[in-house]
Design a binder for this molecule. Sequence first.
Ligand code: FES
Length: 115
Amino acid sequence: MLRQYLCELDAIPDGGSRGAILLAEGVERDIFLVRRGESVFAYVNSCPHTGATLNFQPGQFMSFDNYYIQCSIHAAQFRIHDGYCIYGPCLGFSLQRVVIEVSGRSVYGLGITPR
Ligand code: FES
């Protein structure tokens, strides 16, 4: 499995998110990272509803209250810890997870989980 440096932990706002690129199987994939304290969750930036990217502004992947990941197109909301959709047109579907490692203050991507 690859181990690719993505960013420093402090480059992700605590409670917020940012985008990144992960090279997976020779292909650059658009992903995003969500930080909760020292924990980081990451998903492929592709909504299960249509496959569109979730954000319309750089780094903006969250609902107003930062409780959920939110798609900017039809407002589907996903749980942060597992990417499961709890509201919207893709209810019951999940974002595709990216395996992350936080080592010291650095964040690495290890790969994309199969659907
Ligand atoms: S494209 Fe994401 S909710 Fe429709």
